[in-house]
Design a protein around this ligand. Structure first.
Ligand code: NDP
Length: 337
């Protein structure tokens, strides 16, 4: 197997020298295990957290270990009655070309039901994050305004489209004109605002004439500060991610915004609630798979993928994810599908 191991803990943006490519022999299969060939590797913003030693909701990757990540794999050898050679599975085998895994840690995919890559995106963890965070915490009502940033990515694009299904007005924030066009034309948002534009704050105001009832927080930073000023009384803020901060090495410049934000929570009776998607898996994952499959079939949800070719592209593609170089769900095609 060719593996990418964490060679050093990145300071700021991850550098090539923070990763090490290693070719290694895999152990022989034990009972109940399968040998997996990676087809797609998912790259997700949370991986930046795993590269750091800082305490978080999941254990960091140790220096010298293979970087973690969800994958779609083909079973090439099996010592489990549960999985046959040729099966396609969802696994969590990380940044490598082959891996040995416990069969019961994999989920079989039906390539006839949906393209297998969607198990990492719209029908996978990011799609579920949008579904659970928006419906359990955001609870958009017909006619309300829902705002989401990183809106062309797998979480944000699903948030906007599910908001539309629920009869709300969807406003997406994205970096650049091309992504904003996709929000309107591909994903059916009612308005799109470019956070890189010099007129961002005015554009946001124009796009939210009735204020904001749900702000699905994906990014933090100046984008978040601008949206908070537009929140209505009783607005809900599911706090899903803060990607603007993930490479940060120090507190942002400028005034401390926390007192103002706490003041808004108080005077506007806001609900600000963080979540990690796992929390809702036991109660909502079956509903998600059924409903999302239906929305894909009837065209109310569409998705976009950004696929880079070859494991060797992984570190650079990951760097790009944190600064918006991806356009859609970022995947690495590690081997033939
Ligand atoms: P995306 O594919 O949307 O990639 C991240 C995007 O963030 C970039 O493409 C970029 O888009 C945008 N971005 C980066 N820096 C900034 C910035 N400074 N200001 C504004 N936007 C920025 O990622 P995902 O859809 O996979 O994830 C979206 C968010 O959801 C992340 O914060 C992630 O950590 C979080 N998440 C949380 C989960 C949970 O359980 N809580 C589970 C899964 C994801 P653009 O070019 O438009 O700026």
């Amino acid at each position: 197997s060719t593996q990418i191991r964490l060679a050093a803990r990145p300071v700021g943006e991850p550098q090539d020298s923070d990763f090490e490519f290693v070719t290694t022999e895999l152990p022989a299969l034990g009972d109940g295990q399968v040998l997996l060939r990676t087809v797609y590797l998912s790259l997700d913003p949370y991986m930046r957290g795993r590269m750091s030693a800082a305490k978080s909701y999941a254990k960091p990757v140790e220096v010298g270990d293979v970087m973690v990540g969800a994958t779609v794999c083909e079973v090439v050898e099996s010592r489990s009655p549960k999985r046959g050679v040729g099966d396609l599975v969802l696994a969590y085998t990380g940044w490598q070309t082959y891996a040995v895994a416990e069969a019961h840690h994999t989920r079989r995919l039906d390539p006839g039901a949906a393209p297998i890559s969607t198990a990492l995106g719209v029908l996978g963890m990011p799609g579920f994050t949008a579904y659970a965070g928006l419906l359990e915490i955001g609870r958009p009502q017909p006619g309300e305004t829902v705002v989401v940033a990183a809106a062309s990515g797998p979480v944000g694009s699903a948030v906007g489209q599910i908001a539309k299904v629920k009869g709300a007005r969807a406003v997406g924030i994205a970096g650049g004109a091309e992504k904003c066009r996709a929000l309107l034309e591909e994903f059916g948002f009612d308005a799109a605002v470019d956070h890189r534009s010099a007129t961002f704050r005015d554009d946001l105001e124009a796009a939210t004439p009735d204020g904001v009832d749900v702000y699905f927080e994906n990014v933090g930073g100046p984008v978040s500060a601008a949206v908070v000023r537009r929140l209505n009384k009783f607005a809900r803020v599911p706090v899903c991610g803060l990607v603007a901060n993930y490479n940060a090495t120090e507190a942002p410049p400028g005034p401390d915004r926390l007192p103002g934000f706490l003041g808004a929570i108080l005077t506007l009776s806001l609900t600000v609630r963080g979540f990690i998607q796992d929390e809702f898996v036991p109660t909502r994952h079956d509903d998600f798979l059924r409903e999302m499959a239906g929305w894909l079939r009837d065209g109310s949800v569409r998705y976009r993928e950004d696929i880079v070719e070859g494991l060797e592209q992984t570190p650079d593609a990951f760097r790009g994810l944190l600064v918006g170089r991806n356009f859609g769900k970022l995947l690495v095609r590690v081997g033939e599908d």
